[in-house]
Design a protein around this ligand. Structure first.
Ligand code: SF4
Length: 149
């Protein structure tokens, strides 16, 4: 069984209420059992929602309480992002899943490839490859994580 970011499978769970359906990954996994996961929804955030950015570091830093996740209106969503990451991990562990495909360029699911906007602690926007909160937690827990998109 393989866990996959739900938006890649066509679920309209992104911040803008849309999906990022990826026919290549759907075709590649057509013979596999799939667990769709959307960590931001699992953390209690609605659809649609205001977009959030990592501020002051990457997903590993958020887990270590050295960085935050802040939305475009300055609301601190760190707790929801961390809760969602652990909720996804719990589902993945319960099903003994060892491998995931996660959507890049996301403050939750990004796997460190593909540019993603984030904010430095001085408030300056910066675009670079960065690992999101859920991806960081799964990597730390020894789950094989592959970025898509
Ligand atoms: S990238 Fe991850 S958190 Fe964002 S909508 Fe897709 S599954 Fe949900």
């Amino acid at each position: 069984m393989i866990a996959v970011s739900a938006c890649l499978l066509g679920y309209n769970c992104r911040y803008d209420g849309k999906s990022k359906k990826d026919f290549t990954i759907i075709d590649r996994l057509k013979s596999e059992k799939i667990l769709p996961v959307c960590p931001e929804q699992l953390g209690g955030l609605p659809v649609p929602r205001d977009p959030s950015n990592l501020v002051g570091g990457d997903g590993f830093d958020v887990l270590d309480r050295k960085a935050r996740v802040i939305n475009c209106y300055g609301v601190d969503n760190t707790t929801a992002f961390v809760d969602g990451a652990y909720a996804a991990l719990n589902q993945i562990k319960a099903l003994n899943i060892k491998r995931c495909f996660l959507k890049n360029k996301s403050p939750s699911c990004g796997v460190g490839s593909g540019a993603q906007l984030h904010l430095e602690s001085n408030g300056q926007a910066k675009s670079e490859s960065i690992t999101g909160v859920t991806a960081a937690l799964l990597i730390r827990e020894g789950i094989e994580v592959e970025g898509v998109g």
